[in-house]
Ligand binder design. Structure first.
Ligand code: DGT
Ligand code: CA
Ligand code: CA
Ligand code: ZN
Length: 587
């Protein structure tokens, strides 16, 4: 296990002990152990364990050192497994309800005898939760809403999680000797922020061995269907996947059909009909012919010589439409007129601005983050840790910020890394729209990301005015995660996005596309509108809290592409010297 994974386990142990009502000192030991671990570097941990010197680290006692070593060496911890098994699973699930922490869950369990989410929902509906000390009407309403959202959201999965399951399967399928081509289609291929199920399309010379391989994949919990040309499975975690096998000459049609979306498909079929053709998942034939039989259509598909999607679009007089644009929102008209945008590509990014380190709530150090950015080939990395009001995220005091800036300047001067580091901050927008430090301090930084992290329940007018006040601050450079949504967990705060983007354009302020897979904020539907209005400058930021998080920019690229953005719309596609000049001109 890596040090970050171990820290997560320790933090979870702390939460579970709290849920059990254990001694506060014991709980605190795990919490501070997790924090102590985050502050040391990966290699250092291995050395400390090897030399049995872990106990010498402040915040790590003998018992903890033994557990960390066990996790590090074996990837497991008997104590953790037993602890989890000793708690009602329903109480652990309650931790996922927004607003419910271990202490409150204990109270619900001890005073009302609740053990499942269903119990909890019923108790809320009866008003028993509101009557409990420390809860009240408002929190009861919030809990009930959280449970309902959880049910509605439970059927979908984050794009990133679905992608991590799908990607190795596509690689494995392509390596099978019977497989000519394989692709993950559906909403995953369209880069949608959440995915209902996976749809694999495979061109194959033989079916049985491919199906056998598919249903035997790691993580498959259940095989829900198995036929001649199809199989469906369900993975641990609930994600379903359909595998469809087609003859090679039908591949382009099946891939296009199962990529969707449904609206795009309907419009494509209408367009085909207008040209006297009938388009289906099997082929493209003359309309009105009775050849609806699969085999016959397949032959027509073959006769048409259409082997890939580009040829399919061309046969309908269209330029190739990238999957991300296939939402039935004007892409076919644009393809007809040759007016599709030249979309931004993953390789266009040269760095990113909004990232955290152990100085606030990140789990990797400045050095580790910079090394990771360098390994990605980035020309620059922006560090924007939390500001002082974000106490729960260990926001930086003025002194700690000054120290970090000095550290960054020294690192750049040392020439240790090829990647240049920018010294920024993710500065809280206070409830009244003021920023979290004095102007003098903000002006000493390379840039300032301004974000809302508190008072989420303000009215739309108040929240919009608050954000615009921050946008108009002379030191603000970028607006972070504009709506604050957490996909499948929390709706964004109420704001007037059009007013905010107009204010940003007027001030030449960058709007962040937060690429964290559970944020993807702003949403692509808003980027599309912003792109149409023109003038908005975007930055695709991973908001990474650990080295692995930098890779999340890929999810941000999906959103940018779905929003019809080109690389000219995105600041972090520019080379270092241009970004430096741009920041300087703004300050
Ligand atoms: P998801 O799985 O809910 O995230 O979304 P999709 O888009 O992956 O939808 P899914 O898995 O139900 O079906 C995959 C594609 O198959 C879909 O995007 C378009 C096509 N498709 C499915 N049902 C229909 C339909 O009734 N009519 C048409 N024209 N296409 C369909
Ligand atoms: Ca799907
Ligand atoms: Ca499906
Ligand atoms: Zn933030």
């Amino acid at each position: 296990m890596t040090k970050n994974e171990i820290a997560d386990v320790l933090a979870e142990i702390g939460t579970l002990l709290e849920l059990k009502g254990e001694n506060p000192f014991k709980i605190r030991a795990y919490q501070s152990g997790a924090r102590a671990l985050e502050a040391i570097e990966e290699d250092e941990l291995a050395t400390l364990i090897c030399e049995k010197r872990l106990e010498s680290v402040k915040g790590i006692g003998d018992a903890l050192a033994q557990k960390i070593s066990e996790l590090h060496n074996t990837g497991r911890l008997e104590f953790f497994d037993k602890l989890k098994a000793s708690i009602e699973p329903g109480l652990i699930k309650m931790l996922e309800v927004p607003g419910l922490g271990p202490k409150k869950i204990r109270a619900l369990h001890d005073k009302l005898g609740l053990v499942t989410l269903v119990d909890l929902a019923t108790a809320c509906a009866d008003g028993r939760v509101a009557a409990l000390a420390g809860f009240g009407e408002k929190s009861q309403r919030k809990i009930l809403e959280g449970i309902r959202n959880r049910e509605a959201y439970g059927r979908r999965h984050l794009w990133w999680d679905a992608h991590e399951i799908a990607a190795p399967i596509v690689v494995g399928l392509r390596a099978l000797p019977q497989v000519t081509r394989a692709e993950a289609a559906g909403s995953l291929r369209r880069g949608l922020e959440t995915v209902g199920d996976l749809d694999f399309i495979v061109g194959a010379t033989d079916v049985v061995p491919v199906v056998e391989w598919f249903v035997a994949q790691n993580g498959v919990k259940e095989v829900t269907a198995r036929g001649d040309t199809k199989a469906s499975v369900r993975f641990e975690g609930g994600l379903q996947a359909d595998l469809r096998l087609v003859p090679e000459d039908q591949f382009a049609f099946a891939l296009h059909h199962f990529t969707g979306s449904k609206d795009h498909n309907v419009q494509m079929r209408q367009r085909a009909l207008g040209l006297g053709l009938s388009l289906s998942e099997w082929g493209l034939v003359a309309a009105g012919s009775d050849e609806t039989v699969k085999e016959t259509t397949a032959q027509c598909g073959q006769a048409s010589g259409i082997r890939d999607e580009a040829a399919l679009f061309a046969a309908l007089g269209l330029a190739f439409i990238p999957p991300e644009l296939r939402e039935g929102l004007g892409e076919i008209e644009a393809a007809e007129k040759g007016e599709l945008p030249c979309l931004i590509e993953p390789g266009d990014l040269r760095g990113a601005f909004h990232n955290h380190t152990t100085a606030s709530d990140g789990s990797n150090t400045l050095i580790e983050m910079t090394a990771a950015a360098e390994a990605l080939g980035w020309e620059y990395l922006g560090i924007a840790d939390h500001s002082r009001s974000s106490v729960q995220a260990k926001g930086l005091s003025e002194e700690r910020l000054a120290r970090q800036v000095a550290e960054i300047r020294a690192l750049n001067a040392s020439g240790r890394f090829k990647t240049h580091v920018f010294a920024g901050i993710e500065c809280d927008i206070l409830p009244d729209g003021r920023l979290d430090y004095d102007d003098g301090i903000l002006a000493s930084l390379d840039y300032v990301v301004v974000s809302v992290h508190s008072a989420f329940t303000q009215s739309s007018d108040d929240m919009t005015a608050r954000i615009i006040r921050a946008i108009e601050h002379p030191c603000a450079t970028m607006l972070g995660h504009v709506t604050g949504r957490l996909l499948l967990r929390r709706e964004g705060y109420r704001i007037n996005v059009a007013k905010i983007t107009d204010a940003a354009v007027a001030k030449n302020l960058v709007i962040e596309l937060n690429a964290s897979p559970w944020r993807l904020d702003l949403d692509w539907r808003h980027w599309r509108k912003a792109a149409e209005r023109g003038g908005v400058l975007c930055a695709i930021n991973p908001d990474a809290h650990e080295t692995a998080g930098l890779a999340h920019v890929q999810a941000g690229i999906n959103v940018a592409r779905k929003g019809w953005l080109t690389s000219a719309d995105v600041l972090n596609t520019r080379p270092l010297n241009e970004v430096q000049a741009w920041l300087k001109a703004r300050s």
